[in-house]
Design a protein around this ligand. Structure first.
Ligand code: GLC
Length: 519
């Protein structure tokens, strides 16, 4: 699965923001890269307080991105190229400009108020409870012309919906059908563990050992009552039934942003979501023991739940993994090593746009920052802009093939050298390596089951064999700074994350921080 962050993928009309026609223009690139499917981040009508994750109309394309006919043409072209397309659904909250919320705040007697979470404050001008927003500050804002507060787990422009009101569920069922009828292959569910809140909206417990991050109190509370309530699982049971009524294969992947994979596993399975992102894996350090623990747990728990595991390293909310793994050539080489390992695992690897060329986190200067987190935490955090900078398609400044106008975020400083067209032309580039690996993965594991046999490893070495239709494949990852040897019966190196891998006389030699597949 390839994640397209629409604002930064391809701008076809020169306004500096990516759009639907831009995606369509670049679909051949994605088909050639060798991915099966594309997830497109929200493109619905939105005031863009959270860059599209604040939806004002779930059935319209924002004019910034085009129109519904542009979406239809993009989808048709994707299908023609053999690519599936999933769209992002944001059910936890709407935009404050959504008709429902507008009506709710303009008329105190409106039935729309019960579609959101309005409450009286506590005595002394205190909000109804102690919950804090993920973006910093309290999760409650006083309504502009009334006396109550409304709940927003994110920005104040993103009021949380009241999923205890059945009209909300009916509306989302209809929204799903709207996009399924247009032919989408499925959905990425935003904040999938949100939706339901504690019925009594009790205070969240204060954690032992406060971690006050960047001037917010967010991490000082345990989110016991604000999300991951059991009622939400029933919603996905319903949604699964709706999807299963459609012909062909349709899928849902949940952004269940919980680090405990045991809790995440409750969301997936034959009668729930098809997949959920594995954020524990995304949080692994470049250490064999961390990685292997998260892989083994992911395989075990998803296996028990009856759902394919997912392998995520980067997305539009996380620091890019080349940077997390140390940055520069070394961070990229480590990123390739982990990528090669996940490509040998059963389940779905998710690729975030730009990682295939080794994009790093960009240091966006304060005056160009866009992320609402930045404003809400009084500049104390840098926010998520650094992983959202535009795709450099070609070496030509200033627009690098992305735009003819001024890009909404600056390009990475190395865009003139690190870009798609340069790397396509260079057989030794990271991009061509991704293309080779994706092709090899498909050829090797198409039709393969999930059986893995783990070989003895240690805190620096992960090794397993995976059975595939054409024979077994050995995958070995050395995370140490020294070369490592292991005894193997394989003799042929199929692919490696770095040069210098040798398999001779029954001994495999892996250079430092390197992964290889052998047969
Ligand atoms: C999810 C999205 C993030 C967004 C938030 C609120 O975490 O991935 O980008 O800000 O939800 O919708």
């Amino acid at each position: 699965m390839y994640q397209v962050y629409i604002r930064s993928f391809m701008d076809s009309d020169g306004d500096g923001v990516g759009d639907m026609v831009g995606i369509r223009q670049r679909l051949p690139y994605l088909a050639d890269l060798g991915v099966d499917a594309v997830w497109i981040t929200p493109f619905y009508r939105s005031p863009m307080a959270d860059h599209g994750y604040d939806v004002a109309d779930y059935r319209e394309v924002d004019p910034l991105f085009g129109g519904l006919d542009d979406f239809d043409r993009m989808l048709e072209e994707a299908h023609r190229l053999g690519l599936r397309v999933i769209v992002d659904i944001v059910p936890n909250h709407t935009s404050s400009e959504h008709d429902w919320f507008q009506e709710a705040i303009s008329d105190p007697g409106s039935m729309m108020r019960d579609r959101f979470i309005f409450r009286d404050g506590r005595p002394g001008g205190q909000p109804p409870n102690n919950w804090t927003s993920v973006f910093g500050g309290p999760a409650w804002t006083r309504e502009p012309n009334g006396s109550q507060y409304y709940l927003h787990l994110f920005a104040p422009e993103q009021p949380d919906l009241n999923w205890r009101n059945p009209v909300v569920n009916e509306e989302f069922a209809s929204i799903l059908r709207f996009w399924l009828d247009r032919g989408v292959d499925g959905f990425r569910i935003d904040v999938a563990h949100g939706l339901f809140k504690d019925a009594e909206l009790r205070d969240n417990p204060v954690r032992d050992g406060l971690t006050v991050v960047a001037g917010t109190q967010y991490h000082s509370l345990e989110e016991k009552h604000s999300w991951d309530q059991p009622e939400v699982l029933e919603v996905y049971r319903d949604w699964r039934r709706h999807l299963d009524e459609y012909p062909g294969e349709r899928m849902m992947v949940g952004e269940v942003f919980l680090f405990d994979q045991r809790r995440v596993a409750r969301y997936v399975g034959p009668e729930r979501l098809h997949q959920a992102f594995n954020f524990a894996f995304a949080g692994s350090r470049f250490r064999a023991d961390h990685l292997q623990y998260n892989v083994v747990e992911g395989l075990r728990l998803m296996g028990e739940a009856g759902a394919p595991p997912t392998w995520v390293l980067s997305n539009h909310d996380l620091t890019r993994h080349a940077t997390r793994f140390g940055g520069g050539a070394r961070g990229r080489a480590r990123g390739r090593a982990v990528t090669l390992m996940v490509m040998a695992l059963p389940g779905s690897p998710y690729i975030y746009q730009g990682e295939e060329i080794g994009a790093e986190q960009v240091d966006v200067p304060p005056e160009r920052r866009q992320d609402p987190i930045f404003a809400r935490s009084e500049g104390a955090v840098v926010g998520r802009d650094g992983c959202r900078t535009p795709m450099p398609w070609s070496p030509e400044a200033p627009g690098f093939g992305f735009t003819t106008g001024k890009p909404w975020l600056p390009f990475a400083p190395d865009a003139a050298t690190r870009n798609i067209s340069r790397q396509l032309a260079d057989p030794a580039s990271q991009l061509n390596w991704y293309r080779r690996v994706l092709r090899l993965r498909r050829e090797t594991f198409a039709g393969a089951q999930g059986e893995l046999a783990w070989l003895d490893g240690d805190r620096h070495l992960i090794a397993f064999r995976r059975r595939a239709p054409g024979g077994e494949v050995l995958c070995a990852l050395n995370t140490s700074r020294q070369a490592r040897r292991m005894t193997v019966r394989e003799t042929r190196v199929l692919v490696s994350s770095k040069p210098g891998v040798e398999a001779a006389g029954g001994t495999l030699t892996l250079p430092p921080e390197t992964c290889a597949w052998l047969s």
